[in-house]
Write a protein that binds this ligand. Sequence first.
Ligand code: NAP
Length: 278
Amino acid sequence: MASDQARTACVVGWPVEHSRSPLIHNYWLKHYGIAGEYRREAVPPEQFADFVKRLAARGYVGANVTVPHKEAALALSRPDDRAGNVGAANTLWLDDGVLRSTNTDVEGFLDNLDACAPDWDADPSQAVVLGAGGAARAVVYALKLRGFARIVVINRTRGRADALRERFGQEVQPAAWDQPTTLEDSALLINATTLGMAGQPGLAVALERLPGRAVVADLVYVPLQTPLLAAAKARGLRTADGLGMLLHQAVRGFTLWFGKKPDVTAELRTLVAADLAT
Ligand code: NAP
């Protein structure tokens, strides 16, 4: 990062009011005494390409991208391996006038698990992923990076699970939603569906079939303590929640835009958890 001039970044979405990214990045800016600002930008799909092309002219050094723009952001930028493999970009930055992109859900997922359950990938023989949407793509790619040999993807719409095998290869084992799965052999169970989210149906999984060393991760963060995580804790299993992933995925963007790698602290977590509870 070259100058001390105040820098500005934003989150672009449609809608965007729900995004907690301004709370996270503005907390870090204040905490580290960095002159800068992070804003919300509500941009409809038909205006997204123009918005991105004029990012620098609007005074931005980069942006987070949220629903429904992540695929368009990929197409309009020069993606790294992560964004390219996942097929979606959630972080943009200007690098000598070139608009580059990455997908920080990959490291958000991994760094959160590393923080919550340090040896979670000691036995990378099998993981079970529930869901086959955008978040599941980031999770499957992350598990491949950590060398998981078998990644069972269970999804309501079987064709989307099959598409993940086509995208990521033979480690992915698609399974139907109602098909019995060998949870007994799984070191890790991840919910990457919207089930368990406030206002959505719950998620029922027979957790007693998981081994005692297993870790359960939920990407849903409203509510913070999902019924799945509550059941896993009641069984004495280690857990990783969606808020942890949300905070860890924000680190890379802040580093790229503002030149400082920020810490995910208990204070930040408490701040965002309190906001989620309102
Ligand atoms: P998405 O692309 O819309 O995918 C939604 C997934 O949920 C699909 O697999 C869908 O199955 C499944 N699903 C929805 N309703 C269902 C139901 N009634 N029964 C069974 N399956 C159902 O969404 P996404 O972007 O992947 O996001 C998924 C979740 O991850 C959301 O809760 C999101 O907030 C969360 N997330 C969290 C973070 C974080 O940092 N913590 C980051 C990204 C996403 P079908 O294919 O059959 O429709």
